[in-house]
Design a protein around this ligand. Structure first.
Ligand code: MN3
Length: 242
C-alpha cells in the first residue's frame, strides 16, 4: 500500500468505523503479527489477554499494580469505547445529534486509551535488551544517539502535567521518529504519528509501588522495555506508509 492509498483508506476507515467491520490494512497487519488486536470482526472493541502473567515484570512493575491497571483501567477504557460507539450509532439511528459531540469526545479518550495500553503491555518484557538494526539507525538519524533518545523520552514522560504518556512515534509526514508528550490519552499528538513506544505515567501505573516518585518509575521502566517489540512496530509503520 502506498502513502496515497494509506491516506485514502485511513479516511474511509474513519468514516466507516461505525458501521463496517475492520478491513483496514494497519489493523490487519497488527493482528497478523499477533502484536495486538483491538477490534473484532464486527468492529467492536475487545480486550486481549495480557501476553504474560501478572508477576512477569516484577520487581520493576508489581503484580498488583499490573492486575488493577490491566483489568480496571485498560478494561474500563474498552467498555467505555464500546458504549461511546453505541451511543453515536443510536444518535445517528434516531437522527438526534444533540449529544453526539460528547460521545465523540469520549470515544477519542477511551479508544486512545485502549490503543496506548495495548501497545504498552507488549512494549515491556522481563529481560533487558537494546535497540539494534534499522531501529537503532532510525534513532540515531532522528535524535543523534540512543542515549539522547533515552534522555529525551525520560524527561518528556516525567514532566507530563497531570495524567498522560511519553510516546516515541514514527511520523510518516516527516519520515522521522518523534517524541510526544501526551496529556490524558488523546491530547498533544501530531496527526499521522504512529506510536511505537509508550510510557504510561498516569498515577495508576505506579502509585502502589513508587508512591509519588514518578521519576523512579520511569527510570525503572528502562530495565524492562522490549526494544524488539519497538522494532517490530517501527517495521510495521514503515511498511504501512512506504
Ligand atoms: Mn494506564
Amino acid at each position: 500500500m502506498n502513502r496515497k492509498d494509506f491516506l485514502k483508506s485511513s479516511t474511509l476507515f474513519g468514516a466507516a468505523a461505525l458501521v463496517l467491520p475492520t478491513t483496514n490494512t494497519f489493523a490487519n497487519n497488527l493482528a497478523d503479527n499477533s502484536i495486538d488486536k483491538l477490534v473484532d470482526a464486527n468492529g467492536n472493541y475487545i480486550h486481549q489477554t495480557l501476553p504474560y502473567s501478572e508477576n512477569f515484570l516484577e520487581p520493576y512493575m508489581d503484580a498488583e499494580t499490573l492486575h488493577l491497571h490491566y483489568t480496571f483501567h485498560h478494561g474500563g477504557a474498552v467498555k467505555g469505547a464500546n458504549k461511546d460507539l453505541q451511543m453515536i450509532k443510536k444518535a445517528l439511528d434516531e437522527n438526534n445529534l444533540e449529544t453526539v459531540d460528547f460521545w465523540t469526545k469520549k470515544l477519542s479518550y477511551h479508544f486512545s486509551s485502549h490503543i496506548l495500553h495495548s501497545i504498552f503491555w507488549t512494549n515491556l518484557t522481563n529481560k533487558s535488551n537494546l535497540p539494534k538494526g534499522d531501529l537503532l539507525k532510525r534513532i540515531e538519524k532522528s535524535f543523534g544517539s540512543f542515549d539522547r533518545l533515552k534522555v529525551l523520552i525520560a524527561a518528556t514522560a516525567k514532566n507530563v502535567d497531570g495524567n498522560g504518556w511519553g510516546i516515541v512515534a514514527y511520523q510518516p509526514y516527516s519520515d522521522s521518529l518523534v517524541v510526544l508528550q501526551c496529556e490524558n490519552h488523546e491530547k498533544l499528538t501530531q496527526w499521522g504519528a504512529i506510536p511505537i513506544l509508550v510510557i504510561d505515567v498516569w498515577e495508576h501505573a505506579y502509585y502502589l509501588k513508587y508512591k509519588n516518585k514518578r521519576t523512579d518509575f520511569v527510570d525503572a521502566l528502562f530495565n524492562i522495555i522490549n526494544w524488539d517489540n519497538v522494532a517490530l512496530r517501527l517495521n510495521d509503520a514503515l511498511k504501512l506508509t512506504s
